[in-house]
Design a binder for this molecule. Structure first.
Ligand code: FES
Length: 157
C-alpha cells in the first residue's frame, strides 16, 4: 500500500529538519511522524521517509529495527507495554506481565483478533523510580499494583 505524508506532516518534518544539523540526525522524529500517521512503518512508509529526507533507506530501516518503539506491523488500538527490566522486576514486574498476558489473552508482540489490544514486554522505559510500570500507547502508569492494573485495563474501551 502506498504511503505519502500529509501536507500537515510535511510541514512538521520541515520544522523538525530545521532543528537538526543533518538529514540523518532527523531520522528518528520523522520515523515517529510516519508511524503516527500510518499506525506502523510499512516498507512504503520507510521508503517515503528516506525520500523526504534524502537519505538511504538502509539508514531508516536500521533505526526502525533497532528501537522497540517503532513497529513494522500494525499494533492494536491500545498497545500495552509492560516493563520487566531490573527495577520493575524487583518490584513485581513479572507478576504484572503475567497478569496482563492472562487478562488480554495475548503474548509478546501479539495483537488481539479485533485489533483492540497488542502486547509487548519491554526493557527499561526510564520510569525505574516508579516501578513497576506499564504504558498504554503514550501514557505511563506507575507504582502498579494488581488492582491498579485491573482498573487500567478495564478502563480501555
Ligand atoms: S526498569 Fe522498568 S522502567 Fe526502568
Amino acid at each position: 500500500m502506498s504511503f505519502k505524508f500529509t501536507e500537515e506532516n510535511l510541514k512538521k518534518i520541515e520544522a523538525v529538519r530545521e532543528k537538526y544539523p543533518t538529514a540523518l540526525a532527523a531520522v528518528m522524529p520523522v520515523i515517529y511522524i510516519a508511524q503516527e500517521q500510518n499506525g506502523y512503518l510499512s516498507n512504503e512508509a520507510m521508503e517515503e521517509i528516506a525520500s523526504v529526507l534524502g537519505v538511504d533507506k538502509v539508514n531508516v530501516l536500521s533505526v526502525v529495527t533497532f528501537y522497540t518503539m517503532y513497529h513494522t506491523k500494525p499494533m492494536g488500538k491500545y498497545h500495552v507495554q509492560v516493563c520487566t527490566n531490573v527495577s520493575c522486576m524487583l518490584r513485581g514486574g513479572y507478576q504484572i506481565w503475567d497478569q496482563v498476558k492472562g487478562k488480554l489473552g495475548l503474548d509478546h508482540m501479539q495483537v488481539s483478533e479485533d485489533s483492540k489490544f497488542s502486547l509487548e514486554e519491554v526493557e527499561c522505559m526510564g520510569a525505574c523510580g516508579y516501578a513497576p510500570m506499564l504504558a498504554v500507547n503514550e501514557d505511563y502508569f506507575e507504582n502498579l499494583t494488581k488492582e491498579k492494573v485491573e482498573e487500567i485495563l478495564d478502563s480501555l474501551k
